[in-house]
Design a protein around this ligand. Sequence first.
Ligand code: UD1
Length: 339
Amino acid sequence: MKILVTGGAGYIGSHTVVELAQAGYEPIIIDNFSNSKESVLGGLRAILGRDVPCHRIDCGDAEALRGVLKQEDNVQGVIHFAAFKAVGESVAEPLKYFQNNVGSLLTLLEVLPEFGIESLVFSSSCTVYGVPDALPVTEATPTKPASSPYGRTKQMCEDIVHDLAAAPGNKLYTILLRYFNPIGAHESAKIGELPLGTPNNLVPFITQTAVGIREKLTIFGNDYDTVDGTNVRDYIHVVDLAQAHIAAVQRLLDRKATDTVETFNVGTGHGNSVLEVVQTFEQASGQKLNYVIGPRRPGDVPAIYADATKAAEVLGFKTSTSLFDSLASSWKWQLTLGK
Ligand code: UD1
């Protein structure tokens, strides 16, 4: 069965393409390579032993999308990753985020029914919870005002999907996956996270510091009301996260979804502080990390982690990779990339 993967050359997208192919699906990538590299396709080929079809188009280009869906014929479902994800950049350039993240979803929603496609998995984020009142967050935890335009695009996209589902004649079934913090790389170290420029996210910053590209990591604040004063997040291995997409797509194609829109947290269910991540990285890599404590980063949520019960019960999804192993895989990937 053909599954269109928008943003399939990106970090989570590429790992999902591997899991799809290994589960017997035929993934088809579309990507505009605005935040990914063509070399990812070589990594996919090395892992899978064959080429994955890839169309270099922008997901927001309706005509180009129609062209791909005509050419590929009989696509059964779509996993929509294509989006910008840098929180700070979204504050500086909000229109770019609304146009790309919201625009590409709107284009998809317009085009999919023309091809009889009724199954969509959407990349949402735990950022929709804002600063939650209680932890862990369940899917029923109320969303709060987003702390960035990036976060707002995820909330808006969720709302758009709900409104469309309620419209007369709608045939689309959507699963919204709210990701926590993806880290790590494929065990082959043929694909992994490829930040362009200075990384915004914690783990690539750590590995680049350890390998000597960056001088030091700055930990953004140690005066939060958490276990050791640093922020707490739910770090999930990217291959575990990828597997949640397979479970979601399978559920949609098997027509097992009980509602036109279903929402799942995708996390481990455990929170770790930034300092715990640093210490675990030091153990997993055998490297001493040069770090300093700096001021808080505006917009950071003090602590968030998932209640992962619903995904376990309904999707049968459970993570299997420890923080240690996840960070070891990030380090192996960084060593492959080199300096
Ligand atoms: C945020 C969003 C997430 C989104 C992601 C996209 C929340 C809760 N999460 O993740 O939904 O998909 O952005 O990029 O809004 N840190 C440092 N030093 C650094 C980098 C990070 O101390 O140099 C700390 C941060 O303060 C944070 C943790 O590491 O506590 C993780 O940061 P990061 O990897 O950027 O992810 P989030 O901000 O949690």
